[in-house]
Ligand binder design. Structure first.
Ligand code: NI
Ligand code: MN
Length: 228
């Protein structure tokens, strides 16, 4: 399995099938990929904020593939002519042969367009299982104690964890989150996209190595991938 990072919270996971999570490419200064270049079987979006929903509609239309989101956001996206698969927290759906479990995130999650701010359900994370390997994308969140349940229920191999602070947890909280989930590999995300979330990911690596046994931190450059 290959896990590509395109900056911010955008990951493309490739195995037999390809999925993209939180495809914020247009307007993302770190993204090396154009929406028109994305070739996937499904799009997953953690919540309605623009830096996560991003180019989801265009990518879904180009690839004639579904967008997996929380129920309320699926209603909004359906109006825009995409096949939106609405699910909810704690549920598991199989889409494009990929087992997708929606899990909690502790954040806000409105959607904004020309009509203004619209309520779009709760924010979420995803545990994605492909060929027996499980990847936990935290979405935007603070640390919460129920991450312990995510470990007990799904034992993620890889955790994609926001560290940039300001809009999500910062390094201090993210280290605690890694301690609760104890994946084999933790990959930091949601940092250095904008000035307010500028941070040195090496500090995250050092603190995880100092405080949590058995977790390897892999820092990706935008466009790079991790193979597991
Ligand atoms: Ni957000
Ligand atoms: Mn965000």
């Amino acid at each position: 399995m290959k896990i590509y990072w395109f900056g911010h919270a955008c990951f493309l996971i490739e195995n037999r099938k390809k999925i993209i999570i939180d495809p914020f490419l247009t307007g993302n200064p770190l993204a090396s990929l154009k929406p028109s270049e994305v070739d996937v079987d499904a799009v997953l979006v953690t919540h309605g904020h623009g830096d996560h929903l991003g180019d989801a509609v265009e990518i879904a239309k180009n690839n004639d593939c579904p967008v997996v989101v929380i129920h309320e956001l699926s209603r909004i996206l359906s109006e825009k002519g995409v096949e939106a698969v609405g699910m909810n927290i704690g549920g598991t759906a199989v889409v494009a042969d990929v087992k997708i479990t929606m899990v909690k995130a502790f954040h806000s999650a409105d959607y904004e367009d020309e009509r203004g701010i619209i309520s779009a359900g709760d924010p979420a994370g995803f545990v994605v299982e492909m060929s027996g390997k499980r990847v936990y994308h935290c979405g935007d969140t603070d640390v919460f104690l129920d991450m312990k349940l995510i470990r007990e229920l799904y034992s993620p191999d890889v955790m994609l964890v926001p560290i940039g602070g300001w809009y999500t947890m910062g390094i201090r909280e993210a280290v605690k989150a890694v301690e609760l989930v104890r994946p084999k590999i933790a990959v930091p995300m949601h940092y250095n996209t904008f000035p307010v979330i500028e941070i040195n990911p090496e500090e995250f690596r050092e603190q995880v190595e100092e405080n949590v046994d058995g977790v390897r931190v892999v820092i990706l450059e935008p466009g790079e991938y991790l193979e597991i």
